[in-house]
Design a protein around this ligand. Structure first.
Ligand code: 5GP
Ligand code: ZN
Length: 139
């Protein structure tokens, strides 16, 4: 996609601090980091949502996350990392090219766990949980 910044970085047309790559995924530093070492991992092809990416591409993205997360932590002397992606604009996705974030975490940062991203917990009965599980399992 011509106006996508992440396609531009993958193609080498936009400057990006690339920190790792494999056949189907590329990792580069976030231009506006939430923490030192904040890294994005994207499929090489333009895929808007996670479900748009192929199984091979999602495996490549996860393989890079697995390879790089400890290296990122070591590089910036972090004690852990928040790893996740905003899938869809309702979830906060701003760039419409799938990207997983690795955000290094420090004991004195003012962040929280990934749970806070979704707000407060809904009250769900056992019956509702059963119904949801069945709906997800059916395809
Ligand atoms: P989202 O909200 O879509 O999950 O996150 C988008 C992320 O992409 C943000 O953290 C933002 O700082 C980063 N970003 C946006 N444009 C660029 C860019 O042109 N280059 C790089 N390296 N990061 C970008
Ligand atoms: Zn793109």
């Amino acid at each position: 996609m011509s106006d996508c910044p992440f396609c531009g970085i993958v193609a080498g047309e936009i400057p990006g601090r690339i920190v790792g790559e494999n056949d189907h995924a590329v990792a580069f530093l976030d231009a506006n980091p939430m923490a030192p070492g904040h890294t994005l991992v994207v499929p090489r092809e333009h895929r808007e949502r996670l479900a748009d990416a192929t199984s091979e591409e999602t495996q490549a993205v996860f393989a890079l996350l697995h390879e790089l997360a400890p290296k990122i932590e070591t590089a910036v002397d972090a004690e852990g990392a928040t790893v996740g992606l905003n899938d869809g604009s309702v979830a906060g996705q701003e760039v419409p090219h799938v990207h997983a974030h690795v955000i290094p975490r420090f004991p004195d940062d003012d962040g929280g766990p990934i749970h806070v991203a979704a707000g407060s917990r809904p009250e769900l009965s056992d019956a509702e949980l059963d119904e949801i599980a069945a709906a997800i399992g059916d395809d």
